[in-house]
Design a protein around this ligand. Structure first.
Ligand code: SF4
Ligand code: SF4
Length: 673
């Protein structure tokens, strides 16, 4: 934007300085609040982090996964391009006569002006859609605890951006008229929208044009500076938080929780009770939230009416940080305010199934689950506060190393009569089949374990089990928050496995798989770990398993959260199913990355589900039944239990069968019956 006439360059300089100073002071306060958090290193692999920003911020990869995200894409890029244009505006305000074309040359300026016009038009369209969605369609995911304040904030922001664009086009239209009238001035014809709009100002005398120009320039500039001042106080704080948050995202596997140092005697408290006990990165998450609601839109707890909406949890924590953190900064010590009870409800924390849907869909990589687990850790380890049913299951793990509390010495009994060597008998085997608690003790899980043994023997795999020496992997104890119990279990199991010199492990439970693969390296477990779907897929590809018996059934597959979202195994189970002749696979609406939890994860399997409008397993069963399948295939013993319960609740257990993939393969093999 090239100014022709400014009444007060000095005045503009003062206003600009004041606005920028105010903005920087506010940002500095936000930075000091972050520094209240605990230390954490998120500055390794700088190149990968920069690439992540390019992909997920500039490319908006996660945002455009769904059609509504394209609106944000245009608003984001329009905003950037308006900012680039503002540099010229500000430059001209400070130095009379400054214009891009004098610095960049006319061809580049023409291209830039064309891009600005196009993107500004795109932004206007996107904002129109945004207004329509928010105020007329009112999608569920934009609902908020304080809807009025959220709408007001969104309305102000959308209104400001629209005003900015209107003023920008106004100034440019007049500028074109001035350039036509004054030789020596330049305005590129490529800005065809501005040129078209200039018709409104045709025929005005030069003095009027200068007056209009001055009006547009000042109004545009003041709105930009107002926006700058307003951003940190609005939901658009994410403009400041999102880029660093994406840059600092975790490179650990989604399924790896942090290890608490339980040996350090100087540590007085475990987990998180107060806001400053989160790490600085966990606090940065709070600034980055765009309040888009993608997390809650996919949260099984929220969708079944539990008192948990991850979007609102993040929002409440942010509000608490901004208020309580200010007190901490001002007085050094604020009123003791435990997060659980004051900021989050205990039922909110315990409702999470750790399914990972929130983290999978969050466009700015907010890490919800570690926060829930940190809060649980404090409740369990410091307050002994948890749902009463958890008490029983923790005792069962402590005494018998399984959640049912069945005698630990009977752990290998399921294998009696099957061709399964124990490692004690044949320690030189290639693979350990880690059966897990469900395969060892639950009647349903034992059938899957037996099918797996049949398949491994059929393919000639060298394997053995630990039998009575096997112990629970502790995964669920960790997610419930009992890190102390988990570490004791993990240390013992890792020592047993390493004692046999095992390097490769197969599991039939995605929870054990994730834990052994992603968390046991913290305890000296450096093994190749395979989930049975992955391993059977490999055997299929190697021609060691050839399903031939047709299974003329209509089937849908339920993705386990810990297999799919946590470990990316979507293709393998589907290819196994497709290898079975005549089997017809139908996909549920929520499948793969969007799969809906069965309700068992995060220890929820062992807690009563009394809250909400519906049980999560019944909601998932309904989604499957909508396809009228004859079979529901699963790859997790806990999903099998939950879905079978769901079928019973719908009185469909006779019509629809839940089968593990291993069971289906056995049926389809020449040895199968
Ligand atoms: S992990 Fe799953 S249940 Fe927990 S908050 Fe996220 S989406 Fe909801
Ligand atoms: S946490 Fe992520 S997905 Fe949820 S509202 Fe915030 S930005 Fe959106």
């Amino acid at each position: 934007m090239q100014p022709g006439y400014f009444p007060a360059n000095l005045l503009f300089g003062v206003i600009l300085l004041a606005a920028v100073a105010f903005f920087l002071v506010t940002v500095h306060k936000l930075y000091r609040l972050l520094r209240l958090g605990q230390p954490e290193d998120r500055f390794d692999q700088i190149g990968r982090r920069v690439r992540g920003v390019a992909t997920f911020v500039l490319g908006q990869r996660r945002v455009v996964r769904e059609p509504a995200g394209w609106g944000h894409f245009f608003i984001f890029w329009g905003f950037i391009i308006i900012t680039v244009g503002s540099v010229e505006t500000f430059g001209a305000g400070l130095y009379h006569g400054f214009a891009y074309w004098q610095v960049l040359g006319k061809p580049l300026t023409a291209a830039l002006y064309l891009l600005q016009d196009l993107l500004c038009a795109g932004v206007v369209a996107a904002l129109g859609v945004s207004l329509y969605r928010r105020f007329l369609i009112k999608p569920e995911r934009l609902r908020f605890c304080d809807q009025h304040a959220a709408n007001l904030d969104a309305g102000v922001i959308i209104g400001l951006i629209l005003l900015l664009i209107v003023l920008l086009f106004g100034a440019r239209a007049v500028e074109y008229r001035l350039a036509v009238a004054q030789p020596g001035r330049y305005f590129p014809q490529s800005a065809f929208i501005s040129v078209a709009l200039s018709g409104w100002f045709a025929g005005l005398p030069q003095a009027d044009l200068e007056g209009w120009y001055s009006f547009f320039w000042w109004a545009h500039t003041l709105v930009i500076l107002g926006f700058l001042v307003y951003i940190p106080f609005s939901k658009h704080l994410h403009i400041l938080g999102a880029i660093p948050n994406v840059f600092c995202r975790s490179f650990h596997p989604l399924g790896e929780l942090s290890k608490l140092d339980l040996e350090d005697e100087s540590v007085e408290t475990y987990g998180v009770a107060r806001i400053e006990e989160f790490t600085w990165k966990q606090l940065l998450d709070l600034y980055a939230c765009t309040e888009c609601g993608r997390c809650s839109e996919n949260c099984p707890a929220h969708l079944t009416g539990k008192p948990l909406s991850p979007k609102e949890t993040i929002h409440h924590l942010k509000r608490h940080l901004l208020s309580q953190g200010q007190l901490l900064l001002a007085q050094g010590e604020a009123k003791e305010m435990p997060l659980v009870g004051e900021v989050c409800l205990p039922d909110e924390i315990w409702s999470c199934t750790t399914c990972g849907n929130c983290m999978e869909h969050c466009p700015v990589f907010i890490e919800h689950i570690p926060k829930f687990v940190d809060l649980r850790r404090n409740l369990v380890l410091m307050e002994s506060s948890f749902p009463p049913e958890v008490q029983t299951v923790l005792r069962n793990w402590e005494t018998n190393s399984n959640p049912w509390g069945l005698a630990f010495a009977t752990r290998g009994d399921w294998a009696q009569g099957l061709q399964v060597p124990t490692l004690a008998e044949t320690p030189q085997v290639e693979f350990l089949y880690y059966v897990g608690c469900a395969g060892s003790f639950d009647a349903r899980g034992q059938k899957v374990a037996a099918a797996m043994v049949q398949l491994l023997n059929h393919a000639g795999v060298s394997f053995g089990i630990l039998g009575a020496e096997e112990k629970c992997c502790g995964e669920t104890a960790r997610r419930i928050g009992n890190e102390y119990l988990f570490q004791a279990m993990a240390t013992e199991l890792a020592e047993t496995i390493n004692g046999y010199g095992i390097k490769k492990i197969i599991t039939t439970c995605p929870h054990g798989y994730n834990c052994l693969k992603n968390e046991y390296p913290q305890f000296g477990g450096q093994w190749e770990v395979y989930h049975h779907t992955e391993f059977l897929h490999r055997l299929l590809q190697e021609g060691r398993l050839t399903p031939w018996r047709p299974l003329d059934k209509k089937l849908t597959f339920h993705d386990s959260c810990y297999l799919g979202r946590y470990n990316g195994l979507y293709k393998e189970p589907r290819e196994l199913l497709k290898a079975i002749p005549s089997l017809r696979l139908l996909e549920m609406e929520r499948h793969r990355q969007k799969s809906f939890c069965c309700g068992a994860g995060g220890g929820r399997m062992w807690m009563e589900e009394t809250l909400g409008t519906q049980k999560i397993n019944e909601a998932r069963t309904d989604q499957a039944l909508a396809l009228e399948p004859e079979l529901i295939a699963v790859s997790c013993p806990f999903c099998a239990i939950m879905l079978e319960d769901g079928l019973k609740a719908r009185e469909q257990e006779a019509a629809v069968q839940v089968c593990d993939l291993a069971e289906l393969l056995v049926q389809a093999l020449e040895t199968g019956e």
